[in-house]
Design a protein around this ligand. Structure first.
Ligand code: ADP
Ligand code: MG
Length: 199
């Protein structure tokens, strides 16, 4: 079972991965965006880590709802409301249980990803964070390691795609040949699950 400590670790590991990879995320956002994805997420997850240290919510759902709220209020770019919605909706789906199973987490994440697709209108293949999140969901039944590998493959598979949503879509065919920054950061979020859980 996964308790609030696990979820706080998940967010803390994500915050340090984003910190470590911020320059790379911004570099990916430079040919097909406005070169701010790394700094956007760094600002957001720094706020998440600080809020979680201050409030230390006692339930998994509350950890994710608080994290999502921080992302929505601190990140100016498109990715803030989208990741904020992902975490908030996933947290709400977990309710106020003190511990949740991996299966419950997988179901809740599915609701979170559906909410992101509804908010942003992106479908798989549109060259967005959805292209890492969807394969991760499909692999989650086989554990966090499998989800991590699937998300990384999904992020890499965005390179030959033409963007159909977000800023990169303004470039049309010129968006082809670059890995999507948001799919890359989504793979970091999923990798952090495996690192937090040690599975
Ligand atoms: P902005 O585009 O406002 O500068 P960021 O650079 O922080 O925001 O984030 C860009 C990333 O957000 C993209 O690489 C993409 O993965 C994701 N994204 C943008 N628009 C959408 C959308 N409508 N649905 C899902 N993801 C999106
Ligand atoms: Mg950007």
């Amino acid at each position: 079972m996964l308790d609030a400590d696990f979820f706080r670790r998940w967010m803390a590991v994500t915050a340090s991965s984003v910190q470590r990879e911020a320059d790379r995320l911004t570099a990916l956002d430079s040919p097909i965006g406005d070169a701010d994805h790394g700094s956007n997420l760094q600002r957001g997850f720094t706020a998440v880590a600080a809020a979680l240290e201050k409030e230390a919510p006692a339930a998994p759902g509350a950890v994710l709802v608080l994290a999502g709220r921080q992302l929505i209020s601190t990140v100016g770019g498109a990715s803030g409301p989208l990741y904020g919605t992902l975490l908030r909706r996933t947290g709400k789906a977990l309710g106020d249980a003190a511990e949740v199973s991996e299966e419950q987490l997988a179901r809740a994440l599915r609701e979170g990803v559906d909410a992101v697709m509804q908010l942003g209108g992106a479908a798989p293949g549109d060259k967005t964070m959805i292209d890492a999140l969807t394969p991760a969901l499909e692999a989650l039944g086989d554990g966090f390691e499998a989800a991590r590998a699937a998300a990384e493959r999904g992020a890499e598979a965005t390179t030959p795609l033409q963007a159909r949503k977000g800023r990169a879509s303004y470039l049309g065919e010129r968006s082809i040949g670059h890995q999507d920054p948001g799919a890359t950061s989504a793979a970091l979020l999923i990798a952090a699950l495996a690192e937090a859980g040690g599975k």
